[in-house]
Design a protein around this ligand. Sequence first.
Ligand code: HEM
Length: 449
Amino acid sequence: MSSVLNKRDKQIFKSIPGPKEFPVLGSSLQLAKDPLHFLLNCLDEFDGPFRITVGPSKAIFFDGPNYVEHILLKQHANFSKLTTSFLRLKLFLGDGLLTIEGDQWKKIRGTISPCFHQQYIQNLTEKINSVVNQSLNNWKPEGKINITNSISELTLKILINSILNTTIEIDYEKIKCALKTIHSELFTKIMSPLFIPLLIPTPTNLKLKKGLKIFDETIDRIIQDRINNSIPSEKPDIIDLMMENGIDSLKDQILMFFVAGHETTANMLIWTWYLLSKHPNVSKKLLAEIKGVLTSDNITFSDIKNLKYTKAVLLESLRLYPPVWTIPRRTIKNTIIDGFEIPKGTSAILSTYITHRNPKYWDNPADFNPDRFLEPNLQKISKFSYFPFGHGPRQCLGKEFALLEGTIILAQMARRFEFSMINTKITLDPKLTLRPKEDIIAVVHPYNG
Ligand code: HEM
């Protein structure tokens, strides 16, 4: 959706400071090349909200808890999720929860929410733990391991076995590759000033089509299996609930869970191992907690509650490397925040990565210090300076699930193996999610402590 502003709003937009831009392209090239560097430079230069043009869209970048609170919570009704990029995303991913609004969104979120409440999630502990144990049993001790691939496969298995609750045979390698393609190619497509419809056979479109076809077939098999083998259960899962409530976008919803629930969690864990490899003192403290709490391969939900430092490690990793590094909205009504007027029709952009690292809101923001997320320090964190899962009504539905899964994987990996990272330099690759450009490779040794 291009930004068609009236005369007054155009003037307001023009009066906002912003970088020098190319005609037509605006800042698209800089954003495509190195978005984090570009946004950080602008923030340094303008020290407050600044405007950028991305293709046909006019956007304003906001940093700081007050803007986060107003845009995502207090004045959320003045903002839509359907920015140009999200509308493009919808063309590929359909009507998944992530990209719908209004009554359609309310109905589906309300239908599946029970499967994300604490009580439902805690019952998944055993299932998640068993998938983790089975996978880790196959890791070769004393060998080189591609942490990126192994964690990606593990989180995919967990999503399929627990949230989607299916036991059909899945080609994990194929699905993992298809997801990787969708994540990187879709980002290029949604950010490009020139949008080429999927019908035109460009190399990117062909790759995307192939990836989406793999999902189409797999999701059909998941649904067909459910229809053929439906067993009434005490606790219906998301597919049961959507079928019972006649949700006709079932296929789109399942695809959305693959896209929203897999790469995000995998990236959280990949970045966590990267950080642990650089901070042996944190690793030591982590291991001490895990050895103190866990007595066998079996993790129970009450163990999870006692793994406080383990959870703090994940929360601190999400601060430094938030997998969802940007949260965009489109302004549907002129909105004033702190005397600053945001014209209707512009996009309001927030960035977890940038706000989480701003020294205005964090002491020593570059330090990896999980103690920030332990009491009493936790009290000092301003709620809206930290938003890896968003805030407000559109906050991540899978937050508790992701943290439970992350805690189990991290604890089980740490108590079984010691890792020595082989890569020395990792580069950021901010696409649909923020991930390391290079795969993380490590040598694993069985833990002998
Ligand atoms: C560390 C892992 C994860 C992170 C950092 C994360 C982050 C986010 C963020 C920031 C949003 C809000 C976007 C916005 O406001 O525009 C979101 C939405 C969402 N996430 Fe997650 N997520 C994670 C894992 C998961 C998992 C495991 C699932 C499902 C199993 C999931 C399902 C969803 C859904 C369904 C939404 C859309 C909610 C709505 O619009 O009502 N996420 N996620």
